[in-house]
Design a protein around this ligand. Structure first.
Ligand code: ATP
Length: 958
């Protein structure tokens, strides 16, 4: 990315980019005093002073004042494409160009005609009307899609953690002001430009600003001034923290950030088309090409029959208009938009339209455990320190309950509690995550930060200990943050006697680093027997579905030991087991996915026994022999072995795995041709989320980085929402196929009579272009939209996933178009020639004003409209009888069809419309005959479906 030259004298922080109020001294205001260029040179203590804040952060009142002064921390909205350009773009697609040219030629033809036929003029105007109407619909669509995208974006929370009045709070990033002290952890988006004042292995990805995508380490130490982006002790808005943790003081917000300065989105990025839209567009192009070709043939056939060039041209034009599916592009985008809106209502936000289609063909879901299958509400239920387990009572984060016989485990709990960054929030306290209410609607205790740590804080309180006092006695000096590859976290504290490392983590990772034990009264070296006892106790806890953490400690001489030193030679204190109950709605969702032929693979960092116990509870595992593969085993496998493992149709659990393993498994599934949805919440899940066919991020608990990388965000984090999204995704695809069949089949009904007349030597068209336009844009658009909005069929999840290779216009779809359209075409052609023939008038005596001709073309139009009414009912189901689906079950469709028929009645009887369409009033017998013929496509399709059901009772609709 090109970076414009920065103006070193420009002030930071001011909302309007000026140096602030003229009457204020430059250094009195946070973010205004030292310019960014000077901030890096200050020591952390001086930074607080210079920015008029403190390690406790700003006070709430001051933050409010500053917010008023500087305005919200947001970038100016991207300049939208001017309305005239958006509108003009609607006239440049192939459809529009073909129709504009056609209209122009028709105007010309009218000018050349001798005598002039007002019908030709009407046609020219009507085609132009179609172009304008389509452009209007396209424009409205684009506008509403943009609005929807903005609304959806607003639904994803953008919050950050800050210190205010010494308390850790979660606030909206909009409310951040210069002087705020921000707490950063791996996976957080950096919310503003900040100077780092505390860093624990903190590194950031500055790619959005510098284009270099390597993680770069950050320090709190002063560095020499230079280019702002080179300062290793600053972090910048628009970048992400990718590892470690730290604290930083905001020195510039909103437009004054480096990101704000280079923010030059003059035009919104072009919206990507999905494969589906591309398929439809290419089909439409082919149809338009075919229309031109057939139009040319008709013109060539008619010309030698002695008709004028203009009449022949108008005739050929009718063919073209009959073939072009005018309402299609608009119907398609409306239908996709409806799908996206429905999913959003069911907690699944689609960020990329592509996901709507991919969801329908998903064959594998790789899902996390915590939060997705479970409630992410951890409660420590057992503590083990070498003797019998100590049960803990009480549920949730309320610190009410007791640890049975707490004295022998107090040291273990003290160390575990000191090694936590989370905070408990009592009911009613401000800040913190949503979902603060229990099922009964009462406010509850909540956790700010990691829920595993929240559970530890609760058990410390239940043991009657005062963690605040312990922290005062042993203040933290450094930290090696948790990461899901290492599965450990360490904090170093200053004690009276020196320094102490407090370590907690997965037993498999931690016990190997221990050399001694201190539990239930015994202190000494860690023996082989002890190891066996720890393993047995850990397995016993895990087999109950509990997440297990080991806790250890060691004494140190220095405040800043190397990580390897702090995390080795440890003294093991014991284990804690915490329960995270499954979400009640997940069991049904898992069963639905099974029926739908979707394989669910649980991917967890937890112990295999914990994973298996939870998987069994929600129904992912039902057989006695699931295949449980650990990260270590995956590492030992080459790609062939992994492919062979995935090829087995077994129930598969991946436990003790890291995000890299997840990525590898996703890639391996894709190699097998599977369509993979994968969930993720952490920063290092981003590659797997991007690589998967559908990356699914957590809206409530996930990191900003994961949400950025995903195609879909679950607002409630629940697996059940994935299953719902799959169901709705399948419905969208089915609905699109329904209206494609509906729209294309009547094109055949319009085209065939015209071709038949051409080759039979009848001098006039059986249906005029203006009539065709009245059908395509008058009576057919609303039913097509109603088909696009059909709710999912009840059995949509009882079918296997659609094959990824399946084309939208599959042989079955084309076959059905020909079948339904063919019946319609035969009926209306028969009606036309029967009416013309029974009059006894020779073909060449017919003129446009012959009453019989006017009646006949009215009958053709009415015949198509009536048969489309029944056709709409036929295409609603693939195999099921419409009687079973319920004729009345889509009232919108019936109303839309009714409107089409009413419009046709008006065209037949209302004199002004008769004049435009050249139609005549039909009598009751005509209507009855047409209605009877109109039911034929429906009846024939019912017979076809009945035959299909008998021939292949379990068959898959295609
Ligand atoms: P899930 O699939 O359940 O969402 P995960 O893949 O997110 O799990 P991690 O959070 O990486 O799992 O945790 C893996 C292991 O690391 C846990 O079983 C636990 O033993 C340990 N662990 C989890 N959180 C912490 C923490 N904050 N501090 C230390 N150890 C932790």
């Amino acid at each position: 990315m090109m970076r414009p030259a920065l103006d070193p004298s420009a002030p930071a922080g001011g909302k309007d980019g000026t140096a602030g109020g003229k009457d204020e001294p430059a250094d009195a205001v946070p973010g205004r005093g030292p310019r960014p260029a000077e901030v890096p040179e200050l020591a952390p203590g001086e930074v607080f002073a210079a920015l008029d804040t403190s390690p406790r952060g700003l006070s709430a009142a001051r933050a409010r004042d500053l917010l008023e002064r500087y305005g919200p921390n947001e970038l100016p909205r991207a300049r939208r494409r001017p309305v005239w350009r958006q509108l003009a773009a609607q006239f440049t697609d192939l459809f529009a160009v073909v129709l504009i040219v056609a209209s122009g030629i028709t105007f010309l033809a009218y000018g050349l005609q001798e005598p002039r036929d007002v019908g030709t003029l009407q046609l020219a105007v009507a085609i132009l009307g179609v172009v304008l109407l389509n452009a209007g619909i396209g424009f409205a669509q684009e506008y509403s899609a943009e609005r929807t995208a903005q609304a959806l974006e607003a639904m994803v929370p953008h919050t950050c953690r800050v210190l205010r009045d010494g308390e850790r709070l979660e606030v909206s990033t909009r409310d951040l002001v210069p002087g705020d002290v921000v707490v950063l952890e791996a996976g957080d988006a950096v919310p503003a430009d900040c100077r780092v004042v505390e860093a624990h292995e903190l590194s950031v990805n500055n790619a959005p600003l510098t284009g270099e995508s390597n993680a770069v380490g950050r320090t709190a130490d002063p560095v020499a001034a230079g280019a702002p982006l080179d300062a290793r002790n600053c972090v910048f808005m628009g970048t992400d923290a990718v590892a470690g943790s730290g604290r930083a003081v905001v020195h510039a917000t909103g437009a004054e950030t480096e990101f704000g300065r280079i923010y030059r989105l003059a035009e919104a990025a072009p919206r990507q088309k999905t494969p589906l839209q591309i398929q439809v567009a290419s089909m439409a192009r082919r149809v338009a090409g075919a229309a031109l070709a057939i139009g040319a043939v008709v013109f060539a056939v008619r010309l030698p029959t002695g008709q004028s060039v203009v009449t022949s041209f108008v005739f050929a034009l009718g063919v073209m208009v009959a073939m072009v599916p005018e309402g299609l592009p608009a119907t398609l985008s409306v239908s996709l938009a409806i799908g996206v809106r429905r999913m959003a209502r069911r907690h699944a936000l689609i960020k990329q339209l592509l996901a709507v289609e991919a969801l329908g063909s998903t064959t594998v879901v790789c899902t996390d455990k915590t939060g997705t299958l479970t409630q992410a509400e951890m409660t420590v239920t057992q503590v083990w320190a070498g003797g019998p387990p100590h049960p803990v009572d009480g549920v949730g984060y309320a610190p009410s309950g007791e640890v049975a016989d707490a004295t022998p485990v107090r040291e273990l709990l003290r160390v575990a509690g000191l090694c936590c960054n989370a905070r408990l929030l009592p009911p009613g306290s401000p800040g913190g995550p949503e979902r603060s209410r229990g099922p009964e609607g009462r406010e509850r205790w909540r956790v700010l930060g990691d829920t595993t740590e929240g559970a530890l804080l609760v058990v410390v309180a239940k043991a009657g200990m005062d963690l605040g006092a312990e922290e005062e006695a042993a203040p933290r000096v450094t930290e090696f943050p948790f990461d899901s590859d290492r599965k450990l976290m360490t904090t170093v504290h200053r004690t009276g006697a020196g320094y102490q490392a407090c370590v907690k983590g997965a037993p498999g990772e931690l016990v190997g680093r221990c050399t001694g034990v201190e539990w239930e009264g015994r202190r000494g070296p860690l023996t082989g027997e002890d190891r066996a006892a720890v393993a047995a106790a850990g397995d016993a806890l895990a087999a109950q579905g509990l997440r297990v953490l080991a806790v250890a400690r060691r004494e140190l001489d220095s405040a800043r030991p190397a990580q390897g030193e702090a995390e080795s030679g440890l003294t093991l204190l014991g284990l804690v087991g915490m329960l995270d109950p499954p979400r009640p709605e997940v069991t049904d969702a898992v069963a639905a996915c099974r029926r739908a032929g979707i394989r669910i693979v649980m991917v967890t960092g937890d112990h295999p026994l914990t994973g298996e116990a939870v998987a069994r509870r929600v129904g992912i595992v039902r057989r006695p022999d699931p295949v449980v593969v650990t990260g270590a085993r995956l590492d030992a496998m080459n790609d062939e072995a992994l492919d062979a493992l995935l090829a087995e149709p077994s129930e598969l659990l991946l436990c003790r795995v890291s995000p890299e393993h997840k990525m590898r498994v996703v890639t391996a599934f894709q190699r097998r041709g599977e369509v993979v949805a994968v969930t993720g919440d952490g920063a290092n899940d981003a590659p797997a989320l991007k690589h998967a066919d559908i990356g699914v991020a957590m809206g409530a608990s996930g990191t900003d980085v994961a949400r950025e990388a995903a195609a879909m965000v679950l607002l409630d984090d629940s697996f059940a929402s994935i299953a719902t999204a799959v169901r709705l995704g399948r419905a969208v695809y089915q609905n699109i196929r329904k209206f494609l069949v509906y729209l294309f089949s009547h094109n055949i009904g319009e085209l065939v009579p015209i071709l038949a007349a051409t080759f039979a030597g009848f001098p006039l068209v059986p249906i005029s272009a203006v009539q065709i336009l009245a059908i395509d844009l008058g009576s057919d658009v609303l039913p097509a939209l109603a088909l696009g909005a059909e709710p999912p069929e009840p059995d949509v999840m009882d079918r296997p996933p659609r094959s990824r290779r399946e084309r939208l216009f599959s042989a079955a779809v084309v076959g059905r178009i020909l079948f339904l359209g063919g019946i319609q075409a035969v009926c209306v052609s028969a009606v036309f020639f029967w009416h013309i023939g029974s009059s006894g008038i020779p073909f060449d005596e017919f003129t446009k004003d012959t009453p019989v001709y006017r009646e006949a073309i009215t009958m053709v139009q009415a015949g198509i409209v009536l048969s489309q009414f029944f056709n709409a009912l036929a295409v609603r189901t693939d195999r099921q009888s419409i009687l079973k689906a319920g004729i009345l079950s889509n009232p919108a469709l019936l109303a839309a069809g009714g409107f089409g028929v009413a419009l046709m009645v008006a065209i037949s009887y209302a004199p002004p419309l008769q004049a435009v369409f050249h139609t005549a009033p039909l009598d009751a017998v005509d209507w009855a005959v047409l209605a009877g013929l109109g039911t034929l496509p429906l009846l024939a399709d019912e017979a076809r479906k009945a035959w299909l059901r008998r021939a292949d009772p379990k068959g898959v609709p295609r």
